[in-house]
Design a protein around this ligand. Structure first.
Ligand code: SF4
Length: 108
């Protein structure tokens, strides 16, 4: 029984260590992969539709006033940039003025 618990604990620690390494690497690769030719997400994109993404947050239904991609914790663009990657749309860019229902305030 003790061996089973030790094996489970060992596996858990391996998974935590692996996650600690891979999550920052995915953020780095997302920055590296983003370029001027990265396509913008369209409002017709199936994921965008599911998340009610709009390129203009002022036209969003249900958005908290002032919320937009540019101040969302999932936005990976540089501060002040007009568009950038979002963790929910790999390989695509969202407008900094956009919004979707997964908006989460960026930590200040
Ligand atoms: S998760 Fe955040 S950055 Fe991504 S589309 Fe939604 S509001 Fe914009």
């Amino acid at each position: 029984m003790k061996t089973v618990l030790n094996d489970s604990r060992r596996q858990l620690l391996k998974n935590v260590a692996l996650g600690t390494v891979l999550v920052p690497l995915s953020a780095i690769s997302m920055h590296a992969a983003f370029g001027a030719d990265t396509p913008l997400v369209t409002e017709e994109d199936p994921t965008a539709k599911a998340l009610k993404y709009v390129a203009d947050a002022s036209k969003a239904t249900g958005a908290t006033p002032g919320s937009k991609c540019g101040n969302c914790s999932l936005f990976q663009g540089a501060a002040g940039s007009a568009q950038g990657p979002c963790l929910l749309f790999p390989g695509k860019a969202v407008k900094a003025t956009g919004w979707c229902m997964s908006w989460t305030a960026k930590a200040t």
